[in-house]
Design a binder for this molecule. Structure first.
Ligand code: ADP
Ligand code: MG
Length: 259
């Protein structure tokens, strides 16, 4: 077993200083459905973790629990050594440390691209307006849509909108970025432009959790692949290990269907 594990420490449940996201024995139910079962997951600062698994296995729920869009029934979640609070101002602050990019871009339709990227900075971070605008413009440049700043989301392609959504999340200076199937709703020719932005983020050292079916991305950008099935983490390994030599029958079966 130890030959495939790439988790850094073989030690106990205590976390190391570089552990940015720690889930300890997390359980969640939706009614009778035990959607997350005894999830233990530790993500180090700068690590890129790709989460894969069949539809319905709990990947989105896992992401949503990490920034407390979903409550959990038992267990512990900590971001940068701070336990996730139940609610209130602290929760808003902690949530702002966790950037999230969804399958559907979720931009505000009645705000310009620039305003979309400024909004969280103004409301949550209380950044002065000019500073927020300068930062938004710089981030739009970084994701390659600087010249779209004054358009409305509907005037942009899906790939451009998703890159704006990434810029908007980055504007909060998140400690970790969660991506839940960020390219699944895109036309094929737009997938790469979004993956390239994510690749660059990974190279820049951003801590990332990425749910995706893009195995090329997983192979080239991930430090670790986490395979989920039926609410459990069934297997985790370095990408080449996982793709070339999956251990579990469930992972083998899944890979045989998608590769
Ligand atoms: P994945 O992202 O891996 O496809 P999800 O986390 O979206 O899986 O869903 C896991 C399971 O939980 C599915 O069976 C789904 O139908 C169920 N589920 C997700 N959200 C809810 C909810 N809000 N209420 C009830 N069941 C849900
Ligand atoms: Mg999902």
């Amino acid at each position: 077993m130890s030959n495939v594990s790439v988790t850094k420490d073989a030690g106990g449940p205590e976390s190391a200083p570089s552990d940015l996201v720690v889930l300890n024995n997390v359980n969640k139910h939706f009614g009778a459905l035990h959607v997350l079962q005894d999830i233990d997951l530790t993500i180090a600062s700068g690590e890129v973790v790709v989460v894969i698994g069949p539809s319905g296995s709990g990947k989105s729920t896992l992401c949503r629990t990490i920034n407390r869009l979903e409550t959990i029934d038992s267990g512990h979640i900590a971001i940068d050594e701070k336990p996730l609070p139940e609610e209130g101002k602290e929760l808003a602050q902690l949530r702002a440390d966790v950037g999230m990019v969804f399958q559907s871009f979720n931009l505000f339709a009645h705000k310009t691209v620039l305003e979309n990227v400024m909004l969280g900075q103004l409301k949550v971070r209380r950044t002065p307006k000019q500073e927020a605008q300068d930062k938004a413009q710089a981030l739009l440049d970084r994701v390659g849509v600087a010249n779209q700043a004054h358009k409305y989301p509907a005037q942009l392609s899906g790939g451009q909108q998703q890159r704006v959504a990434i810029a908007r999340a980055l504007a909060m200076d998140p400690k970790v970025m969660l991506f839940d199937e960020p390219t699944s709703a895109l036309d094929p020719e737009m997938i790469n432009e979004v993956l390239e932005v994510m690749q660059q983020l990974a190279r820049d050292g951003m801590t990332m959790v990425v749910v995706t079916h893009e195995m090329g991305f997983a192979r080239s950008a991930a430090n670790r692949v986490v395979f989920m099935s039926d609410g459990r983490i069934v297997e985790e390994a370095a990408p080449e290990q996982f793709f070339n030599n999956p251990r579990s029958d469930r992972a083998k079966d899944f890979l045989s269907k998608i590769l």
